[in-house]
Design a protein around this ligand. Structure first.
Ligand SMILES: NC(=O)c1ccc[n+]([C@@H]2O[C@H](COP(=O)([O-])OP(=O)(O)OC[C@H]3O[C@@H](n4cnc5c(N)ncnc54)[C@H](OP(=O)(O)O)[C@@H]3O)[C@@H](O)[C@H]2O)c1
Length: 339
């Protein structure tokens, strides 16, 4: 089969092209999935470069040679023995290293059935963002009428944070890295204000909130000090990621939290799900419920077809051109597989 193999880490992932590798054979507890779509993201750029925490020589587990990629959707080709919940021919989506390939073997627990209401393309685009739903609904506990600010709002997590907050009836301020991207976001995203993070951007936040500040911040880039400056009294900050920090973490003065009675909370979706599986199921039910009723719809960026386009997608991500999600069509077979 064709796959994006990483024989060694690469400085520039846009140079990656598919190569021929053996089609994987499922282990006794694995299903084999024909990949119809994959969705490159920030973490894939880091994995390709060897800069992700999973590549850490001491604590990591992801080392060359490996097949790149994480989020995918596809059609089940085979199930183990008596089979579990998922059956041959069903459409599934999920996340597992090795997704930039024509086939992938995964444990059944790594996938979910694609609801009938959704295409594989949509399921793939949204497969990694249940974290955004949980962060807005369960952690920040956003309520109708509140004002929410989202950093990295153009990104996979950030764009869905914006959508979920809007669906809950909040006003949303989306932060953008540059003017060109901000213009695209104004056209394509349902938010109340897009602010480019230039010199006076905090003043723009305070003006929009009549000097009160925002009730909640969903921070995908690592900007807690700035978030505190924008925060209302008793405001909440949820730390989701550090996309802008280049590995250098912030120092935060604790008195600033006291002065605003601020709550700052980190949220690690994967680990939370492993520790609290019942809560995870409730999160997925809520998230898929919003997707099925169309309250959340993916924001697709560009057109990418075939594994040959994965390198271009990774380059666009690294160049920060992307808003919303990239989905690469790997095979066009999902509709015939509908049961
Ligand atoms: N907490 C969790 O459980 C969890 C789960 C998954 C991912 N994450 C983390 O959450 C963060 C966001 O993930 P994502 O998938 O949404 O990433 P993404 O799609 O690449 O989006 C990141 C956004 O951050 C902004 N950004 C600012 N400075 C950046 C920089 N130097 N490099 C790249 N982007 C920069 C970009 O918007 P502008 O260009 O407009 O500034 C970009 O749209 C990542 O750090 C990821 O590792 C956390």
């Amino acid at each position: 089969m064709k796959a994006i193999l990483i024989p060694e880490f690469v400085p520039d992932p846009s140079t990656l092209r598919p190569s021929d590798v053996p089609t994987p054979t499922p282990k006794a507890d694995e299903i084999l999935v024909r990949v119809t779509h994959c969705s490159p993201q920030h973490a894939d750029v880091l994995h390709a470069q060897g800069k992700h925490q999973n590549n850490n020589a001491k604590r990591g587990w992801c080392f060359p040679p490996f097949i790149l990629g994480y989020d995918f959707a596809g059609v089940v080709q085979s199930v183990p023995g008596a089979g579990g919940e998922v059956r041959k021919g069903e459409r599934v989506f999920g996340a597992a290293i090795g997704a930039f390939a024509e086939y992938i073997c995964v444990k059944e627990s790594a996938v979910k059935r694609v609801p009938d209401e959704l295409s594989n393309e949509t399921a793939c685009a949204m497969s990694g963002q249940a974290v955004s739903y949980a962060a807005v609904v369960n952690v920040a506990k956003v309520k109708s009428g509140e004002t929410v600010m989202v950093s990295g709002a153009s990104g996979g997590l950030g764009s869905v944070c914006c959508m979920v907050a809007k669906a809950l009836g909040a006003k949303v301020i989306a932060l953008a890295g540059d003017a060109e991207k901000a213009e695209s976001m104004r056209k394509n995203m349902d938010v109340d204000l897009v602010i480019v993070m230039e010199a006076d951007w905090i003043k723009q936040v305070m003006d929009f909130t009549n000097g009160q500040g925002v009730d909640a911040v969903l921070d995908n880039t690592g900007m807690v000090n700035d978030a505190i400056r924008c925060l209302a009294y008793f405001g909440r900050i949820v730390i989701l990621g550090f996309a802008a920090r280049k590995g250098v973490m912030e120092d935060v003065k604790m008195n600033k939290l006291l002065l605003k009675s601020a709550t700052v909370v980190g949220y690690r979706f994967g680990e939370s799900g492993r520790r609290y599986p019942e809560e995870l199921q409730r999160i997925w039910d809520g998230y898929l419920g919003m997707l099925k009723t169309g309250q959340l719809t993916p924001l697709f960026y560009g057109k990418y077809k075939g594994l040959e386009d994965v390198g271009r997608a990774l380059g666009d991500l690294a160049d920060r051109k992307v808003y919303g999600k990239i989905v690469v069509t790997v095979a066009d077979i999902q509709e015939t597989a509908r049961l």
